[in-house]
Ligand binder design. Structure first.
Ligand code: FAD
Length: 351
């Protein structure tokens, strides 16, 4: 392991929480390396997405991850992460009684919500790393060029790197073109295990009210049982502890609904989803605007078997796969994978 890299150029693909923590850990150790991060989206967060209303940017909603649950074991393993986020005042305690149908988890589990939206956790680690994320760069091809990797984006750029860590969902890794396919096929067990990784699918609907309106419910969030479409709904500003700011609501569909409609586009579902939500809660006012997303790869339902938190796909040049597929979905799983990926990267290079 070395911190004296002078020429190494590293690419971390993805702008979600795994990438942010990996980048932060690498930047601490490889101060002289050039670390780049590419994400196809327009902003940081990935599945920890916080979306803002175009009518009032103060009106925001978490469309993916909702709250953070940390088991006693992970309170120890990820103490560094929680100490950092709590001292930056990004997390606040969640009162489980605010959520109807809440599952408490193992005894001693701590639950948190974010004060400023869940993407603030991701932004925090990118800021700490001082690495500037290149948004709007979708990796399409990873090939070998001598001792380096040549990475091409859909937008037409092609750049060389000495090593890379991919933190994108595994089906999107399997869709990449170039020599990375051969790296996967070189080990049939790895190929089979990657193909077996499964994710649930859900739609998310965000209602922006732009001003503070009265939503006459006792709860902050609620799990819904026995509904054809919806599984979860939250008054998002209330969840974040912002009782006076603009009102926003998020609702997630059930997994069976997501699977039944896996090929549908969010645009084609949006009106029906809003109508159904307002039929479920008929006293709620019409929102000023709506955002609808499909999380095709939502939470990992079948992870990579007996993984160490990441996978070294190729040693020279170094390619590592990381993310919740190698642990489990949620902040803890991603943090453990990120730390494993950063350690593995440092142990496998002479940078
Ligand atoms: P991602 O966040 O998916 O990041 C991958 C990034 O890669 C994305 O930003 C994507 O744009 C980018 N990308 C993909 N392909 C390419 C490409 N070819 N080139 C460049 N960039 C690319 N977790 C919790 O802790 N609590 C919860 O309550 C919770 N609820 C959830 C509810 C929903 C609906 C969803 C979807 C997730 C939820 N999770 C929850 C899970 C949690 O959000 C994820 O485990 C975590 O965000 C995964 O982070 P990641 O960085 O590994 O992947």
């Amino acid at each position: 392991m070395s911190g004296s890299c002078t020429a190494g150029r590293i690419l971390v693909v993805g702008g979600g929480i795994t990438s942010a923590i990996t980048t932060c850990k690498l930047a601490e150790k490889l101060q002289k390396c050039n670390i780049c991060v590419w994400d196809k989206a327009r902003g940081a967060g990935g599945r920890m997405a916080t979306s803002r209303s175009s009518g009032n940017p103060q009106c925001k909603v978490d469309l993916g991850a909702q709250y953070i649950s940390c088991s006693p074991e992970n309170q120890l393993l990820n103490k560094d992460i929680y100490d950092d986020l709590i001292s930056a005042e990004l997390l606040r305690d969640l009162n489980p009684q605010d959520i109807e149908g809440f599952r408490h988890g193992e005894d001693g589990t701590k639950h948190y919500v974010t004060r400023h939206g869940v993407s603030s956790l991701v932004k925090h680690f990118f800021n700490r790393s001082k690495v500037c994320v290149d948004f709007g760069k979708c990796v399409t091809d990873v090939s070998v060029a001598g001792e380096q990797l040549s990475v091409t984006s859909k937008e037409g750029t092609q750049e060389q790197f000495d090593g890379m860590i991919l933190t994108i969902p595994i089906p999107q890794v399997l869709d990449l073109k170039g020599d990375i396919n051969q790296m996967i096929l070189n080990n049939p067990t790895v190929h089979e295990n990657l193909k077996k990784i499964e994710y649930s699918t859900r739609f998310a609907v965000g209602l922006f009210y732009d001003t503070s309106v009265d939503i006459p419910v006792e709860w902050t969030a609620k799990y819904i049982s026995g509904h054809d479409i919806y599984r979860y709904v939250a008054i998002d500003n209330k969840k974040r502890g912002d009782l006076t700011g603009p009102t926003s609501v998020v609702a997630h569909t059930s997994v069976p609904f997501g699977i039944r409609n896996i090929e549908a586009t969010p645009d084609s579902m949006k009106d029906m989803l809003v109508k159904s939500l307002l039929e479920l809660f008929p006293t709620w006012p019409q929102p000023s605007s709506v955002k609808c997303l499909k999380w095709k790869f939502s939470q990992v339902s079948r992870s990579y078997p007996s993984s160490d938190g990441c996978l070294v796909l190729n040693e020279k040049p170094l390619v590592i796969l990381a993310g919740d597929a190698f642990t489990k979905s949620g902040l803890d799983g991603c943090a453990l994978s990120a730390k494993a990926a950063a350690n593995s990267f440092l142990n496998n290079t002479s940078f």
